[in-house]
Design a protein around this ligand. Structure first.
Ligand SMILES: O=P(O)(O)O[C@H]1O[C@H](CO)[C@@H](O)[C@H]1O
Ligand SMILES: O=c1cc[nH]c(=O)[nH]1
Length: 312
Protein backbone atom coordinates (compact mmCIF):
# COMPACT_ATOMS: atom_id res chain seq x y z
CA UNK A 1 0.00 0.00 0.00
CA UNK A 2 1.24 3.52 -0.82
CA UNK A 3 2.44 5.63 2.13
CA UNK A 4 -0.11 8.18 3.33
CA UNK A 5 1.08 11.71 4.04
CA UNK A 6 -0.77 14.67 5.43
CA UNK A 7 -0.44 17.54 3.00
CA UNK A 8 3.01 19.06 3.50
CA UNK A 9 2.38 22.07 1.29
CA UNK A 10 -0.61 23.21 3.30
CA UNK A 11 -0.03 25.36 6.36
CA UNK A 12 -1.62 24.09 9.58
CA UNK A 13 -4.69 26.14 8.78
CA UNK A 14 -5.14 27.67 5.38
CA UNK A 15 -6.66 31.06 6.10
CA UNK A 16 -8.23 33.35 3.55
CA UNK A 17 -6.34 36.65 3.56
CA UNK A 18 -8.48 39.59 2.56
CA UNK A 19 -7.33 41.83 -0.31
CA UNK A 20 -4.37 39.59 -1.12
CA UNK A 21 -3.84 38.45 -4.69
CA UNK A 22 -4.74 34.84 -5.46
CA UNK A 23 -1.68 32.73 -4.74
CA UNK A 24 -0.55 29.39 -6.07
CA UNK A 25 1.30 26.80 -4.01
CA UNK A 26 3.98 25.92 -6.55
CA UNK A 27 7.54 27.28 -6.23
CA UNK A 28 8.39 26.20 -9.80
CA UNK A 29 5.79 28.40 -11.42
CA UNK A 30 7.62 31.66 -10.75
CA UNK A 31 10.67 30.62 -12.74
CA UNK A 32 8.70 29.74 -15.87
CA UNK A 33 9.00 32.20 -18.73
CA UNK A 34 5.59 31.35 -20.07
CA UNK A 35 2.65 29.50 -18.58
CA UNK A 36 0.40 27.80 -21.13
CA UNK A 37 -3.04 27.04 -19.76
CA UNK A 38 -3.44 24.26 -22.26
CA UNK A 39 -7.07 23.26 -21.60
CA UNK A 40 -8.20 26.90 -21.70
CA UNK A 41 -6.21 27.76 -24.83
CA UNK A 42 -4.72 30.74 -23.00
CA UNK A 43 -1.12 31.66 -22.19
CA UNK A 44 0.72 34.34 -20.23
CA UNK A 45 2.66 35.26 -23.39
CA UNK A 46 -0.19 35.46 -25.88
CA UNK A 47 -2.91 36.94 -23.67
CA UNK A 48 -3.02 39.91 -21.34
CA UNK A 49 -4.57 37.98 -18.46
CA UNK A 50 -4.74 40.91 -15.97
CA UNK A 51 -6.62 42.98 -18.57
CA UNK A 52 -8.92 40.12 -19.57
CA UNK A 53 -9.67 38.71 -16.10
CA UNK A 54 -8.30 41.07 -13.43
CA UNK A 55 -11.75 42.28 -12.28
CA UNK A 56 -13.19 38.81 -11.55
CA UNK A 57 -14.76 38.52 -8.10
CA UNK A 58 -17.01 35.48 -8.53
CA UNK A 59 -16.25 32.21 -10.30
CA UNK A 60 -19.24 29.93 -10.76
CA UNK A 61 -18.66 26.44 -12.05
CA UNK A 62 -20.79 23.44 -12.90
CA UNK A 63 -20.47 20.25 -14.91
CA UNK A 64 -22.44 21.12 -18.02
CA UNK A 65 -21.30 23.60 -20.68
CA UNK A 66 -24.92 24.51 -21.51
CA UNK A 67 -25.76 25.21 -17.88
CA UNK A 68 -22.78 27.51 -17.49
CA UNK A 69 -23.65 29.37 -20.70
CA UNK A 70 -27.24 29.77 -19.48
CA UNK A 71 -25.94 31.02 -16.14
CA UNK A 72 -23.72 33.60 -17.88
CA UNK A 73 -26.70 34.83 -19.93
CA UNK A 74 -28.82 34.98 -16.80
CA UNK A 75 -26.15 36.96 -14.90
CA UNK A 76 -25.79 39.33 -17.83
CA UNK A 77 -29.47 40.21 -17.47
CA UNK A 78 -29.40 40.27 -13.67
CA UNK A 79 -26.42 42.63 -13.60
CA UNK A 80 -27.97 44.86 -16.29
CA UNK A 81 -24.99 44.41 -18.62
CA UNK A 82 -25.16 44.99 -22.34
CA UNK A 83 -26.24 41.68 -23.82
CA UNK A 84 -26.90 42.55 -27.45
CA UNK A 85 -24.43 40.02 -28.78
CA UNK A 86 -25.12 37.37 -26.14
CA UNK A 87 -22.23 35.77 -24.32
CA UNK A 88 -19.10 34.43 -25.98
CA UNK A 89 -17.00 31.44 -25.01
CA UNK A 90 -13.60 32.91 -24.14
CA UNK A 91 -11.91 29.54 -24.56
CA UNK A 92 -13.65 28.63 -27.81
CA UNK A 93 -10.26 27.48 -29.16
CA UNK A 94 -10.66 24.36 -27.04
CA UNK A 95 -13.77 22.31 -26.34
CA UNK A 96 -12.59 20.94 -22.99
CA UNK A 97 -14.28 23.63 -20.90
CA UNK A 98 -16.64 26.50 -21.73
CA UNK A 99 -15.87 29.87 -20.18
CA UNK A 100 -17.93 33.06 -20.14
CA UNK A 101 -17.27 36.37 -18.44
CA UNK A 102 -20.07 38.74 -17.53
CA UNK A 103 -18.72 41.72 -15.59
CA UNK A 104 -17.07 40.38 -12.41
CA UNK A 105 -18.58 36.90 -12.86
CA UNK A 106 -16.73 34.07 -14.57
CA UNK A 107 -18.93 31.12 -15.50
CA UNK A 108 -17.02 27.97 -16.40
CA UNK A 109 -17.91 24.33 -16.95
CA UNK A 110 -15.88 21.56 -15.32
CA UNK A 111 -17.12 18.30 -16.84
CA UNK A 112 -17.92 15.24 -14.74
CA UNK A 113 -15.87 13.90 -11.88
CA UNK A 114 -12.75 14.64 -9.88
CA UNK A 115 -10.09 14.38 -12.62
CA UNK A 116 -11.99 16.74 -14.92
CA UNK A 117 -12.68 19.45 -12.32
CA UNK A 118 -9.19 19.11 -10.89
CA UNK A 119 -7.52 19.92 -14.23
CA UNK A 120 -9.88 22.86 -14.67
CA UNK A 121 -9.07 24.12 -11.14
CA UNK A 122 -5.29 23.95 -11.63
CA UNK A 123 -5.60 26.17 -14.69
CA UNK A 124 -8.33 28.39 -13.22
CA UNK A 125 -6.36 29.11 -10.03
CA UNK A 126 -3.24 29.88 -12.10
CA UNK A 127 -5.37 32.11 -14.33
CA UNK A 128 -6.67 34.05 -11.29
CA UNK A 129 -3.09 34.30 -10.02
CA UNK A 130 -1.63 35.54 -13.32
CA UNK A 131 -4.54 37.99 -13.68
CA UNK A 132 -3.74 39.31 -10.15
CA UNK A 133 -7.32 38.85 -8.98
CA UNK A 134 -8.22 39.64 -5.37
CA UNK A 135 -11.07 38.62 -3.07
CA UNK A 136 -12.47 35.99 -5.40
CA UNK A 137 -15.25 33.64 -4.30
CA UNK A 138 -15.62 30.29 -6.08
CA UNK A 139 -18.99 28.52 -6.13
CA UNK A 140 -19.85 25.17 -7.63
CA UNK A 141 -23.47 25.19 -8.81
CA UNK A 142 -24.48 21.62 -9.47
CA UNK A 143 -26.87 18.71 -9.18
CA UNK A 144 -26.81 15.82 -6.74
CA UNK A 145 -28.70 12.88 -5.31
CA UNK A 146 -30.45 13.72 -2.03
CA UNK A 147 -30.44 11.57 1.08
CA UNK A 148 -33.87 11.76 2.67
CA UNK A 149 -34.63 15.13 1.06
CA UNK A 150 -37.50 16.19 -1.18
CA UNK A 151 -36.26 16.36 -4.81
CA UNK A 152 -35.59 19.98 -5.77
CA UNK A 153 -34.08 20.86 -2.39
CA UNK A 154 -31.03 23.10 -2.64
CA UNK A 155 -28.15 21.93 -0.45
CA UNK A 156 -25.36 24.24 0.67
CA UNK A 157 -22.36 22.14 1.61
CA UNK A 158 -20.77 22.81 4.96
CA UNK A 159 -18.11 20.11 4.53
CA UNK A 160 -17.38 17.85 1.58
CA UNK A 161 -16.70 14.25 2.62
CA UNK A 162 -15.37 11.17 0.85
CA UNK A 163 -17.07 7.77 0.51
CA UNK A 164 -16.00 6.94 4.09
CA UNK A 165 -17.70 10.14 5.31
CA UNK A 166 -14.30 11.70 6.09
CA UNK A 167 -13.53 15.38 5.36
CA UNK A 168 -10.60 14.34 3.20
CA UNK A 169 -9.41 14.38 -0.37
CA UNK A 170 -6.67 11.92 -1.27
CA UNK A 171 -4.32 12.75 -4.13
CA UNK A 172 -1.68 10.29 -5.31
CA UNK A 173 1.57 12.21 -5.92
CA UNK A 174 4.78 10.42 -6.91
CA UNK A 175 3.39 7.12 -5.63
CA UNK A 176 2.40 8.54 -2.24
CA UNK A 177 -1.07 9.46 -1.02
CA UNK A 178 -1.42 13.07 0.09
CA UNK A 179 -4.45 13.79 2.26
CA UNK A 180 -5.94 17.26 2.10
CA UNK A 181 -8.74 18.78 4.19
CA UNK A 182 -12.09 19.45 2.50
CA UNK A 183 -13.50 21.96 5.01
CA UNK A 184 -15.31 24.81 3.26
CA UNK A 185 -15.75 28.40 4.43
CA UNK A 186 -18.42 28.29 7.13
CA UNK A 187 -19.40 31.95 7.01
CA UNK A 188 -19.81 31.86 3.23
CA UNK A 189 -22.06 28.80 3.58
CA UNK A 190 -24.20 30.66 6.15
CA UNK A 191 -24.40 33.72 3.90
CA UNK A 192 -25.62 31.51 1.04
CA UNK A 193 -28.12 29.78 3.32
CA UNK A 194 -29.51 33.19 4.25
CA UNK A 195 -29.82 34.06 0.53
CA UNK A 196 -31.74 30.82 0.01
CA UNK A 197 -34.13 31.76 2.80
CA UNK A 198 -34.78 35.12 1.14
CA UNK A 199 -36.05 33.46 -2.05
CA UNK A 200 -39.73 32.58 -1.99
CA UNK A 201 -40.57 28.86 -2.22
CA UNK A 202 -36.93 27.74 -2.34
CA UNK A 203 -36.20 24.94 0.10
CA UNK A 204 -32.56 25.36 1.14
CA UNK A 205 -30.67 23.28 3.69
CA UNK A 206 -27.08 23.01 4.85
CA UNK A 207 -25.25 19.71 5.29
CA UNK A 208 -22.37 17.48 4.37
CA UNK A 209 -21.96 16.53 0.73
CA UNK A 210 -20.45 13.18 -0.16
CA UNK A 211 -18.23 13.11 -3.23
CA UNK A 212 -17.72 9.81 -5.03
CA UNK A 213 -15.60 8.65 -7.96
CA UNK A 214 -18.56 7.07 -9.74
CA UNK A 215 -22.27 7.70 -10.34
CA UNK A 216 -23.35 4.03 -10.18
CA UNK A 217 -21.65 1.53 -7.83
CA UNK A 218 -19.73 4.36 -6.16
CA UNK A 219 -23.02 6.01 -5.12
CA UNK A 220 -24.64 2.71 -4.13
CA UNK A 221 -26.87 2.47 -7.20
CA UNK A 222 -28.49 -0.84 -8.09
CA UNK A 223 -29.00 0.08 -11.75
CA UNK A 224 -25.48 0.24 -13.23
CA UNK A 225 -23.88 -2.29 -15.58
CA UNK A 226 -22.18 -3.76 -12.51
CA UNK A 227 -23.59 -4.20 -9.03
CA UNK A 228 -22.09 -6.31 -6.27
CA UNK A 229 -24.48 -5.57 -3.37
CA UNK A 230 -28.10 -6.09 -2.29
CA UNK A 231 -30.90 -3.53 -1.88
CA UNK A 232 -30.61 -3.90 1.89
CA UNK A 233 -26.83 -3.25 1.78
CA UNK A 234 -27.39 -0.15 -0.33
CA UNK A 235 -30.00 1.22 2.10
CA UNK A 236 -27.76 0.43 5.07
CA UNK A 237 -24.94 2.47 3.47
CA UNK A 238 -27.29 5.41 2.82
CA UNK A 239 -28.55 5.20 6.42
CA UNK A 240 -24.96 5.33 7.68
CA UNK A 241 -24.28 8.32 5.40
CA UNK A 242 -27.35 10.10 6.76
CA UNK A 243 -26.29 9.40 10.35
CA UNK A 244 -22.89 10.92 9.52
CA UNK A 245 -24.69 14.12 8.42
CA UNK A 246 -24.55 13.56 4.67
CA UNK A 247 -27.43 15.28 2.88
CA UNK A 248 -26.46 14.74 -0.76
CA UNK A 249 -24.08 12.96 -3.12
CA UNK A 250 -22.20 14.30 -6.13
CA UNK A 251 -18.81 13.88 -7.77
CA UNK A 252 -16.56 16.94 -7.45
CA UNK A 253 -16.91 18.64 -4.07
CA UNK A 254 -13.92 17.13 -2.22
CA UNK A 255 -11.25 18.12 -4.71
CA UNK A 256 -12.94 21.49 -5.25
CA UNK A 257 -12.92 22.19 -1.50
CA UNK A 258 -9.38 20.88 -1.00
CA UNK A 259 -7.73 22.80 -3.85
CA UNK A 260 -9.48 26.08 -3.01
CA UNK A 261 -8.55 25.69 0.64
CA UNK A 262 -4.86 25.06 -0.06
CA UNK A 263 -4.76 28.20 -2.22
CA UNK A 264 -6.61 30.31 0.38
CA UNK A 265 -9.67 30.80 -1.84
CA UNK A 266 -13.15 31.15 -0.36
CA UNK A 267 -15.33 28.44 -1.86
CA UNK A 268 -18.83 27.01 -1.60
CA UNK A 269 -20.87 24.21 -3.13
CA UNK A 270 -24.56 24.71 -3.92
CA UNK A 271 -26.31 21.69 -5.46
CA UNK A 272 -29.94 20.89 -6.10
CA UNK A 273 -31.12 17.33 -5.41
CA UNK A 274 -32.68 15.52 -8.39
CA UNK A 275 -34.10 12.56 -6.44
CA UNK A 276 -34.24 11.00 -2.99
CA UNK A 277 -31.79 8.09 -3.04
CA UNK A 278 -33.78 6.25 -0.33
CA UNK A 279 -36.62 6.07 -2.87
CA UNK A 280 -34.70 5.03 -5.97
CA UNK A 281 -31.71 5.27 -8.25
CA UNK A 282 -33.09 6.30 -11.64
CA UNK A 283 -33.73 9.95 -12.33
CA UNK A 284 -37.37 9.86 -13.34
CA UNK A 285 -38.32 13.57 -13.23
CA UNK A 286 -39.32 15.06 -16.59
CA UNK A 287 -36.83 17.05 -18.67
CA UNK A 288 -38.75 20.27 -17.91
CA UNK A 289 -38.70 19.63 -14.16
CA UNK A 290 -34.97 18.80 -14.23
CA UNK A 291 -34.31 22.04 -16.12
CA UNK A 292 -36.26 23.95 -13.49
CA UNK A 293 -34.38 22.20 -10.65
CA UNK A 294 -31.03 23.20 -12.22
CA UNK A 295 -32.10 26.84 -12.15
CA UNK A 296 -32.55 26.84 -8.37
CA UNK A 297 -28.84 27.02 -7.38
CA UNK A 298 -28.45 29.66 -10.11
CA UNK A 299 -31.17 31.86 -8.59
CA UNK A 300 -29.63 31.52 -5.17
CA UNK A 301 -26.11 32.34 -6.35
CA UNK A 302 -27.33 35.25 -8.47
CA UNK A 303 -29.12 36.63 -5.38
CA UNK A 304 -25.88 36.25 -3.40
CA UNK A 305 -23.81 38.02 -6.09
CA UNK A 306 -26.29 40.89 -6.37
CA UNK A 307 -26.30 41.31 -2.58
CA UNK A 308 -22.50 41.29 -2.49
CA UNK A 309 -22.42 43.92 -5.24
CA UNK A 310 -25.03 45.92 -3.31
CA UNK A 311 -27.48 45.78 -6.19
CA UNK A 312 -30.33 44.66 -3.91
O1 LIG B 1 -24.68 18.51 -12.29
P1 LIG B 1 -23.21 18.61 -12.15
O2 LIG B 1 -22.75 19.82 -11.55
O3 LIG B 1 -22.60 18.36 -13.50
O4 LIG B 1 -22.69 17.42 -11.21
C1 LIG B 1 -23.25 16.18 -10.92
O5 LIG B 1 -23.80 15.50 -12.04
C2 LIG B 1 -22.84 14.59 -12.59
C3 LIG B 1 -23.45 13.22 -12.67
O6 LIG B 1 -24.65 13.22 -13.36
C4 LIG B 1 -21.64 14.61 -11.67
O7 LIG B 1 -20.61 15.35 -12.24
C5 LIG B 1 -22.20 15.21 -10.41
O8 LIG B 1 -21.28 15.85 -9.56
O1 LIG C 1 -27.72 11.03 -7.90
C1 LIG C 1 -27.03 11.91 -8.41
C2 LIG C 1 -27.60 12.98 -9.13
C3 LIG C 1 -26.78 13.92 -9.70
N1 LIG C 1 -25.44 13.79 -9.54
C4 LIG C 1 -24.89 12.76 -8.86
O2 LIG C 1 -23.66 12.67 -8.77
N2 LIG C 1 -25.70 11.86 -8.31
Amino acid sequence: MAPILLDNITPERSEYIEHEEVHVKNPHLHSMEEDILYHFNLSTKTHNLPEMFGDIKFVCTGGSANRMKAFAEFMQKELGLDGENGVEDICAGTDRYSTYKTGPVLSISHGMGVPSISIMLHELIKLLHHARCRDVVLIRIGTSGGIGLEPGTVVITDTAVDSFFQPHFEQVVLGKVIVRSTELDKSLAQELLQCGREILNLCTVIGKTMCTYDFYEGQGRLDGALCSFSTEEKLEYLRRAKEAGVTNIEMESTVFAAMCRVCGLKAAVVCVTLLDRFKGDQITASHELLQEYQLRPQYLVSHFIKKRLQLL
